[in-house]
Design a protein around this ligand. Structure first.
Ligand SMILES: [Zn+2]
Length: 78
């Protein structure tokens, strides 16, 4: 029943087993697309540079906050 599909997958995995193109990801994946142009293990995550950029920016922002400005008129508005 699924012998043909299995055979195709095994053949593909030999040729299309590659590393994720994202510089911040070390994932591996098998390109099963016909065109064979897949570059990321998770295109939605690894292919989204903005995602990583905003992540970095957030960390920087929190790091730039001064530690001596705590507990000064803190309110629970939010
Ligand atoms: Zn990846």
């Amino acid at each position: 029943m699924g012998t043909g599909l299995l055979g195709a997958l095994r053949t593909l995995s030999h040729d299309r087993f590659r590393r994720c193109a994202s510089p911040v990801c070390e994932g591996m994946f098998v390109d099963t697309s016909k065109a064979g142009r897949r570059r990321y293990c998770m295109p939605e995550v690894c292919g989204n540079r903005l995602n990583v950029a905003s992540h970095r920016a957030r960390r920087l922002e929190s790091a730039r906050r001064r530690p001596d400005s705590r507990g000064a008129g803190d309110t629970d508005s939010g």
